[in-house]
Design a protein around this ligand. Structure first.
Ligand code: FAD
Ligand code: NAI
Length: 466
């Protein structure tokens, strides 16, 4: 069996790369060790978490907000198995879509664990049946990432869970401790808080969502606290003790060393993810990894060995599904002789909490550190008509533009629906646009997106509705 391209791993990076390469006329095969395609994202990541975030958000709204709009539904009752059924239906529909796309694009599928035995040769060990060798001119490593462990804390996926276990709990924990105030901690913490858990988030650093724009995150933390989240920042977990009665979690202040003990039914460990290259045989064929375990690439996805490439979570850049997808497209185009490219400075980041947080480009902190002079335009949703009609007035849109040229350098938003709204700024920034371009673009009324236009006007100190 000989191919132009064999892709190991069918997450968003791998399956998209395979499809784009097939579109460009290559003979393509994929190797996947799971029974289903779609990787972390479709099976245990983006998609199931959004299914539960959506359902739990409606559950909470039905309990608190419907009555404010004249809708009486009584006290909503949780049917957790049915909610999990909804989640599974969403997963099944999405993974089935990839089977269809592989067939449509004539991509051959090998189920099993792939190992690179030499440049151009992948050995596939299936769950059942004989080992096969697939030959290809080029090999793509798209094996993604796995949960990072907290030293000394064993994940059993029942009481001490990773995101995977937290998407499958069979009852609502009365007390949940989340270790890590990153994206997973806040999203999955939101799900279980809305369904009735008391959620305490323990974060090592002195702030939540490190790396994101400070002002935006400060506001987010205040809103999350109002919702009932408890935060212990500047704090580390030093141990988790299991007993029949539940879990005892030892924590310690990073600064003072002051120790405390918290009780919980479930601990969610969400302290990041590590690139996954286990068992691939990279070492033996000479593919180098960096000090964080990522495959070293040359900026064009080529590893240190000719004919072996890597994309997605397993290489540098943000560990996000859309980044992995764009890596996949760019690599397929490069292999077809085109000029594939991904600008890692323009990868939007969205935290799908309520309100959502959406970020793009540079933060104020980064601009200050680089000594770049900038103007800030900010517009609150409390002054936006549609947000008022929807009773979602928390948050704002902030645009950062170069003081000298007015070129937009960053956008930071918090509010309902901002995960959709960020993309007009993505397009603008991809074309090197200015705040004035946004400000002079007609936005339909009444929409939440008018806040983007107003924020752009505010860069030049001329917002209309503020
Ligand atoms: P993966 O999706 O990890 O896919 C890798 C695939 O390779 C897997 O299917 C694996 O089984 C397979 N594989 C590994 N080794 C082998 C081998 N030797 N042989 C054969 N197959 C192998 N990102 C977002 O952008 N938005 C979100 O909302 C979002 N939500 C998330 C929520 C959670 C709970 C988690 C955990 C992650 C979330 N992410 C989100 C991150 C996103 O899932 C990843 O960035 C994305 O899946 C990376 O894609 P990938 O193709 O690089 O790898
Ligand atoms: P993360 O990197 O977003 O956050 C981890 C947090 O844990 C950080 O705040 C970090 O300071 C903290 N931390 C690290 N070690 C700690 C310790 N010992 N004790 C206490 N806190 C500690 O990682 P997370 O949330 O696990 O997510 C993993 C990846 O998945 C991320 O790269 C993220 O981009 C991706 N993801 C994306 C989503 C989205 O786009 N909406 C949703 C979920 C995950």
């Amino acid at each position: 069996m000989s191919y132009d391209l064999v892709v190991i791993g069918t997450g968003p990076g791998g399956y998209v790369c395979a499809i784009r390469a097939a579109q460009l006329g290559m003979k393509v095969a994929v190797v996947e060790k799971r029974k289903t395609h779609g990787g972390t994202c479709l099976n245990v990541g983006c998609i199931p978490s959004k299914a539960l975030l959506h359902a739990s958000e409606l559950f909470e709204e039905a309990g608190h907000d419907f009555a404010n709009m004249g809708i009486k539904v009584g006290t909503p009752e949780l049917d957790l198995p049915a909610m999990m059924g909804h989640k599974q239906e969403v997963i099944d529909g999405n993974v089935a879509g990839i089977d269809y796309l592989f067939k449509k694009n004539k991509v051959d599928v090998f189920q099993g664990t792939g190992k690179i035995v030499a440049a151009g040769k992948v050995e596939v060990t299936p769950d059942e049946g004989d080992v096969q060798t697939v030959e290809a001119k080029n090999i793509v490593v798209a094996t993604g990432s796995d949960v990072a462990n907290l030293p000394g804390v064993e994940i059993d996926e029942k009481q001490v869970v990773s995101s995977t276990g937290a998407l499958e709990l069979d009852k609502v924990p009365s007390k949940m401790i989340v270790v890590g105030a990153g994206v997973i901690g806040l999203e999955l913490g939101s799900v279980w808080r809305r369904l009735g858990s008391e959620v305490t988030v323990v974060e090592f650093l002195d702030r939540i969502l490190p790396g994101m724009d400070g002002e935006t995150v400060k506001n987010a933390q205040r809103m999350f606290k109002k919702q009932g989240f408890k935060f212990k920042v500047g704090t580390k977990v030093t141990g988790v003790e299991k007993s029949d009665a539940g879990l005892k979690v030892a924590i310690e202040s990073v600064k003072t060393g002051k120790a405390e003990e918290l009780e919980a039914d479930v601990v969610l460990v969400a302290i990041g993810r590590r690139p996954y290259t286990d068992g691939l045989g990279l070492d033996a064929v000479g593919v180098q990894l960096d000090d964080r375990g990522r495959v070293v690439t040359d900026g064009h996805f080529k590893s240190t060995v000719d004919g072996i490439y890597a994309i997605g979570d397993v290489i540098e850049g943000p560990m996000l599904a859309h980044k992995a997808e764009d890596d996949g497209v760019a690599l397929a185009e490069i292999l077809a002789g085109q000029a594939g490219h991904v600008d890692y400075n323009l990868v939007p980041g969205v935290v799908y909490t309520m309100p959502e947080i959406a970020v793009l480009g540079q933060t104020e902190e980064q601009l200050k550190e680089a000594g770049t002079a900038y103007n800030v335009g900010k517009f609150p949703f409390s002054a936006n008509g549609r947000a008022k009609a929807q009773r979602h007035t928390d948050g704002f849109v902030k645009i950062l533009a170069c003081k000298e040229t007015d070129k937009v350098l960053g956008a930071h938003m918090i509010g309902a629906g901002v995960g959709e709204m960020i993309h007009e700024v993505s397009v603008l920034m991809a074309f090197g646009g200015a705040a004035e371009d946004l400000a002079r673009t007609i936005h339909a009324h009444p929409t939440l997106s008018e806040a983007v236009k107003e924020a752009a006007l505010a860069v030049d100190k001329r917002p209309i509705h503020m």
